[in-house]
Design a protein around this ligand. Structure first.
Ligand code: CTP
Ligand code: MG
Length: 231
């Protein structure tokens, strides 16, 4: 395939506070990572790179094998880094073959539908070197504060909440990552890093179920969504 999906799963999950790294916490009988990979392998065929925490490569490999099914030859597990950006860089270094489009996806967005992954792939291929970010409108009123004081209000119509996967032409994404490494700059997401290299980024509609499992309440929400209906 000309498309690769880098699934970053190397974080520790400090805010979730579970005994295991977040990607290896069970939602139901399946882990966060396993659920994320089920979505990835249900999307159009792509090479899949799973970026695991040091010491968890074996667990990542078995989740990936189970999710990949007949597509097992399309996946590879590598070890991540201290920051998400370093983990993505490790994933980029592990690409093989003639990949032209790269998606970067948070394992923590475990319930992201395959349709969202497919939509990002499609938008990158239709774009002219543009980075693609799935995003949702912001619902809350966002206040700008200075200590305790509310000093302003953000214009919601000019804001969206970014999700993953975010998709990019490979050559430009690699160029942007090299630039960030040289400058020692850390960005909040791949789209910001890509934009900092001077490349355009566009957003497409995201999905509510692509929310990121960050806190215990988020994990509870994922469990509710997966629970069998009782009525
Ligand atoms: N991630 C990663 N390598 C890191 C840090 C984060 O691969 N060094 C991944 C996480 O595994 C997750 C995604 O990036 O899938 C989004 O990060 P986040 O939700 O912040 O996860 P954690 O960093 O694990 O959580 P926390 O910030 O609460 O510690
Ligand atoms: Mg984090």
């Amino acid at each position: 395939p000309r498309t690769a999906v880098i699934v970053v799963a190397a974080g520790s999950g400090t805010r979730l506070g579970a005994p295991a790294p977040k990607a290896f916490v069970g939602i139901d009988e399946r882990t966060v990572l396993r659920h994320a990979l089920e979505g990835v392998f249900a999307a159009p065929p792509a090479q899949v790179i799973v970026v695991a925490p040091a010491g968890y490569e074996g667990e990542a490999e078995s989740d990936a094998r189970a999710a990949a099914g007949a597509r097992g030859d399309l996946m590879r597990v590598v070890t991540g880094g201290q920051t998400r950006q370093q983990s993505v860089a490790a994933g980029l270094a592990a690409l093989w073959g003639d990949v032209e489009t790269v998606l970067v996806h948070d394992a923590a967005r475990a319930l992201t539908p395959a349709s969202q992954i497919a939509a990002v792939i499609r938008a990158v291929s239709e774009g002219d070197g543009t980075g693609i970010v799935p995003a949702l409108p912001v619902i809350d009123t966002l206040k700008q504060v200075d200590g305790d004081a509310v000093v302003g209000v953000a214009d919601r119509s000019q804001l969206v909440a970014a999700q993953t996967p975010q998709g990019f032409p490979r050559a430009r994404l690699e160029q942007a990552y090299e630039r960030a490494a040289q400058e020692g700059a850390e960005y909040t997401d791949d789209a910001a890093l890509y934009a900092a290299a001077g490349f355009a980024v566009q957003h497409i509609p995201g999905t509510a179920t692509a929310f990121k499992i960050t806190t215990p309440a988020d994990l509870e929400r994922a469990r509710m969504l997966l629970a069998p209906r009782t009525t």
